[in-house]
Ligand binder design. Structure first.
Ligand SMILES: [Zn+2]
Length: 454
């Protein structure tokens, strides 16, 4: 779809621009552009931000690429221009940290003295050298034809330790999926657990002899979040966190005309939203609580940006986390309508809906509970620490043809709908910003933890 404009709304906005700009220009002599939309989310600046963040110039904003640094610099410069300050303990908006990459280097195995073919062998390992020669070196698991493979593998991941898994060939397709996923290597913030899951696709359910030999290569790489703060005027230590992830999938190596995963919806839209909410609340200038705006890296490869970030502050200080994910298109509830994940886990949604009553809209419940979306974005990391942390979205994930495709570009968005969602978020969260509402905490016993191995 081409860039949508709505004449009626544009007229209303330009009238407001003229009025507020006049007042400000006369009384404070501030430059016009910076304060033009003192009482609105600016459609113009929103459009400018997403146009750049979703452009081909950023080559899909893949974690570890040079291209994602351009996005980080752009977001930093916007935070600077808006007038935010860096997070306590940081010298700049860029929060750079190391991540440990564990790449599989070599893997071979024999079972009952038969060498296992390469494509029947897979491994997720945080151990540098494996040399298993008897079942004392690991625990053995058998996934039979009728067993739930996903459940077993995920259970072992939660438990940690060293495991050999014999997987019946009936699960060949799922085995290939896991094998491919693990072959890309693992990323860790800390190497705090020595564990491995070695998978063999075989109809043997027992063995007399075994030999597994494996090596991984462990290296360090840098990643960067971009975090800006608008200090509170009254309750400085209480933080309202607005977040989104600015990384995406990069570019496909060869082939077609369009190889760039622009990630316009996922999640240049959310990143644009936090920049423009920062601008809006800064211009209003009366936030009682501190507002923190965080653009996370590495969401698409395991949420490492938010995991690092969550260790740099006291989660008890975070009153709420409004994580914004894919708001670039109308939701199944209509144009400009959004929904949130995990609504039942805190009363944040109910409180926000109180504020939206006059606007004649509401935050809807996640319409895709079977997709486990509460766990599929950066909010889950903070929720594990008790923060009322939810993702706000408008995606129609069940039928969006552009999701994780190169066609997720600017032309596929409905900027008018996106603008309405950001405006609704500004209205919905005003009472949070003012310190008038405090949502209940998430029960950490009800949130599933991160896996130990992958
Ligand atoms: Zn994504």
């Amino acid at each position: 779809m081409p860039l949508k404009t709505n004449k009626k709304t544009n007229k209303k906005i330009s009238k407001k621009i003229t009025q507020s700009a006049l007042t400000i220009a006369l009384s404070l002599c501030l430059p016009l552009a910076a304060s033009a939309n003192a009482n609105n989310i600016s459609l113009e600046s929103m459009t400018k931000d997403i146009t750049y963040l979703a452009s081909d110039e950023l080559n899909g904003r893949a974690s570890f690429s040079k291209d994602i640094d351009k996005a980080a610099t752009y977001i930093s410069e916007r935070f600077q221009e808006i007038g935010l300050v860096p997070m306590k303990g940081e010298k700049s908006f860029k929060q750079t940290f190391d991540i440990i990459n564990i790449a599989p280097k070599k893997l071979s195995a024999t079972l009952n003295n038969n060498a296992i073919a390469d494509d029947h062998l897979g491994m997720a390992s945080t151990i540098e050298n494996i040399n298993w020669t008897s079942d004392k070196d690991f625990s053995t698991h058998v996934i039979g034809k009728d067993d739930n493979m996903r459940e077993v593998i995920s259970g072992l991941n939660q438990k940690g330790g060293k495991h050999l898994v014999l997987i019946n060939t009936a699960h060949a397709k799922m085995f290939a999926g896991y094998r491919g996923y693990f072959a890309r290597g693992l990323n860790k913030l800390q190497l705090d657990h020595q564990g491995a899951i070695v998978m063999i696709l075989t109809d043997d359910a027992a063995f007399d002899s075994i030999n597994v030999s494996a090596q991984t290569k462990i290296t360090k790489q840098k990643l960067t979040n971009v975090v800006g703060v608008l200090p509170g005027k009254k309750s400085k230590d209480e933080i309202v966190l607005y977040s989104a992830h600015y990384d995406h999938l990069g570019a496909a190596p060869t082939g077609e005309d369009d190889v760039i995963y622009n990630g316009a919806d996922d999640d240049a839209s959310g990143t644009t939203a936090i920049i423009n909410l920062a601008q809006y609340f800064t211009e209003k200038g009366n936030n009682a609580r501190s507002l923190m705006f965080s653009a996370f890296t590495a969401e698409e490869i395991g949420g490492f940006g938010s995991r690092y970030f969550s260790q740099q502050l006291n989660p008890d200080d975070v009153v709420a986390m409004v994580n914004i994910e894919m708001i670039g298109k109308p939701s199944k509830f209509g144009v400009g309508e959004m929904w949130m994940t995990g609504m039942e886990r805190s009363n944040l949604g109910a409180l926000l809906n109180e504020s939206l009553k006059d606007k004649g809209t509401e935050v809807h419940q996640d319409p895709y509970p079977e997709q486990n979306l509460f766990y599929r974005s950066d909010n889950a990391t903070l929720a594990r620490l008790g923060v009322p942390a939810h993702s706000f979205s408008s995606t129609q994930l069940d039928k969006d043809k552009h999701y994780h495709q190169v066609s997720d570009d600017l032309a596929s968005l409905d900027l008018q709908s996106m603008h309405q969602v950001i405006e609704s978020l500004s209205v919905a969260t005003q009472a949070l910003v003012d310190g008038d509402i405090t949502p209940t905490r998430v029960d950490i016993n009800e949130v599933k933890g991160h896996g130990k191995i992958y």
